[in-house]
Design a protein around this ligand. Structure first.
Ligand code: GLA
Length: 393
C-alpha cells in the first residue's frame, strides 16, 4: 500500500493525512448469462483482481481523478456533474457521485487515484469494480460514521452504481456485476435471484479442478448498442407471453414447460430464440447450483457447455474469438466445460480444467487461438476473493 500512497502523493502533493484506501473486485460469472435483467438467476463469483482507490478529502467541491496507468488528471465540479457525461475516462466515477447525491448521500470534494487490476473491457466487470469502489470511497469520506461502527449497505451501493451505469453511461445493464463486486466472498459464488435480490453464498470446492479464465483480448463495448438491443428483444418476448400467462412479470417467471407450451405465440423467430435462451439458461443456473452442492463437477461442466452453445446459437452474442477459445478448450482432455462469461461480443471465457492439465491447456489453446485469430489470448487461474471494502491502514 505504501507504493500506492507515494504515487498518490506524487500526483496530488500534500501529506498522508486523511488518506484512506478502498477496493472492489471484478467478477467471473459461472453460469446464468443475460438472465439478470430478465428477473432470473445468476451465479457469479468475485475475483481477487480488483480496482483499488486511494482517496483523500478536499476542502472545496472538486473531485480530481487519476489512475496509476493514466497520466492525465480529470477535474470535475460536484455542482455540475452533468457536464462530464461524455468523458472518455472518469465518467463512471462521476456518474456514481451523481447517483449517490440523488439518493441523498453527502458527497464531498476529494482526490482519488485508481489502480485497476481488472483487465479493462474484458467481460470481467472492470466497470463495476470501479463503480463500487468509488461508491464505497465517496460514501465513507462523506460521512465519517461509515467505517467507524456504521456499516455501508452494500446492496444499496450495488443498486446505486447500476443506476449510474444506466443514467450516465447509457448501458441498461442488470444488477449482477455490481452485486457481485459489492457482495462477493472469498471461495464462494453468489447464487442470486435478480428479481428480489435474495441470495445464497455457495462454497466453491473444485477438488482437483480449477476455473481458468481465457481472455480473447478482443475489446468490446456495451455502449455499441447490441446489449440494449438484446434487452429490448426480451421485453418484446415478455409482452407476447404475457397474453397467455398474465401473471408473469419477467422472463424469469417462465418455466421451460410453459415456454414450450406458449412459444408458438411468438411469430418472430429471432425473438423466440432470445426468450428460449433466457428461460433455459435460468433453469441451468438452478441445475448448476445443485450439481456443485453435490460435488458433481462433470454435470456442471456439461451445463457450462450448454450455456455457451445457447449464447452462440440462440442469443447470438459470442463471435469468432469466443467460439474459438471455447472450441479449442473443449478439445483438451481433462476439461469438463467451457463457456463465455459476461455480456459476450468479445471478452472472456471460463473453463473448468483438471489441475494437472492447466499448463497443457494454456499452451495448446493459446497456440491454436493465435493461429486462427492472429493475436494472443491471455489466461488467468481465477481465484475467488472478497467484495468491496475499505483496506484498513
Ligand atoms: C453484463 C451486464 C450484466 C449482465 C451480463 C450478461 O456484464 O453488466 O448485468 O447482463 O452482461 O449476463
Amino acid at each position: 500500500m505504501d507504493m500506492l500512497i507515494n504515487k498518490f502523493l506524487g500526483y496530488f502533493g500534500g501529506s498522508k493525512e486523511g488518506i484512506r484506501i478502498f477496493t472492489s473486485p471484478g467478477r467471473v460469472n459461472l453460469i446464468g448469462e443475460h438472465t439478470d435483467y430478465n428477473g432470473g438467476y445468476v451465479f457469479p463469483a468475485a475475483l481477487t483482481l480488483a480496482t483499488t482507490v486511494v482517496a483523500r478529502p478536499r476542502s472545496d467541491k472538486k473531485i480530481r481523478l487519476i489512475a496509476t496507468d493514466l497520466e492525465k488528471m480529470v477535474e470535475a465540479d460536484l455542482d455540475n456533474l452533468d457536464a462530464y457525461r461524455n468523458l472518455k475516462w472518469g465518467n463512471y466515477q462521476l456518474g456514481v457521485a451523481d447517483e449517490l447525491m440523488k439518493a441523498g448521500y453527502r458527497v464531498i470534494g476529494c482526490d482519488l487515484m485508481y489502480d485497476d487490476k481488472v483487465p479493462l473491457g474484458s467481460g470481467l466487470s472492470s466497470s463495476a469494480a470501479i463503480e463500487v469502489a468509488t461508491a464505497i470511497a465517496l460514501v465513507s469520506l462523506g460521512d465519517e460514521r461509515y467505517g467507524k461502527g456504521l456499516a455501508i449497505d452494500k446492496i444499496e451501493m450495488a443498486k446505486i452504481t447500476q443506476r449510474a451505469e444506466h443514467n450516465f453511461i447509457g448501458v441498461k445493464c442488470g444488477i449482477m456485476d455490481q452485486f457481485a463486486s459489492a457482495m462477493g466472498k472469498k471461495d464462494h459464488a453468489i447464487f442470486l435471484n435478480c428479481r428480489d435480490l435474495s441470495y445464497e453464498l455457495v462454497p466453491i470446492k473444485l477438488s482437483g479442478y480449477s476455473l481458468i479464465i481465457g481472455n480473447t483480448n478482443k475489446k468490446r463495448s456495451l455502449g455499441e448498442g447490441k446489449y440494449n438491443e438484446r434487452r429490448a428483444e426480451c421485453e418484446e418476448a415478455l409482452e407476447i407471453l404475457k397474453k397467455a400467462m398474465p401473471g408473469i412479470t419477467c422472463l424469469g417467471d417462465v418455466s421451460c414447460e410453459n415456454f414450450e407450451k406458449y412459444k408458438s405465440l411468438i411469430e418472430d423467430k429471432t425473438i423466440e430464440k432470445r426468450a428460449q435462451h433466457v428461460v433455459y439458461e435460468n433453469q441451468r443456473v438452478l441445475d448448476s447450483v445443485k450439481a456443485l452442492k453435490e460435488g458433481d463437477l462433470s454435470r456442471f461442466g456439461t451445463l457450462m457447455n450448454q450455456s455457451h452453445d445457447s449464447l452462440r446459437d440462440l442469443y447470438e452474442v459470442t463471435g469468432k474469438e469466443l467460439d474459438t477459445l471455447v472450441n479449442e478448450a473443449r478439445k483438451i482432455e481433462g476439461v469438463l466445460g467451457s463457456r463465455m462469461t459476461g455480456a459476450g461480443f468479445g471478452g472472456c471465457t471460463v473453463s473448468l480444467v483438471r489441475d494437472d492439465k492447466i499448463e497443457e491447456f494454456i499452451s495448446k489453446v493459446g497456440i491454436a487461438y493465435k493461429e486462427i485469430i492472429g493475436y494472443d489470448a491471455s489466461f488467468y487461474v481465477s481465484q475467488i476473493g472478497d467484495g468491496g471494502r475499505e483496506i484498513p491502514l
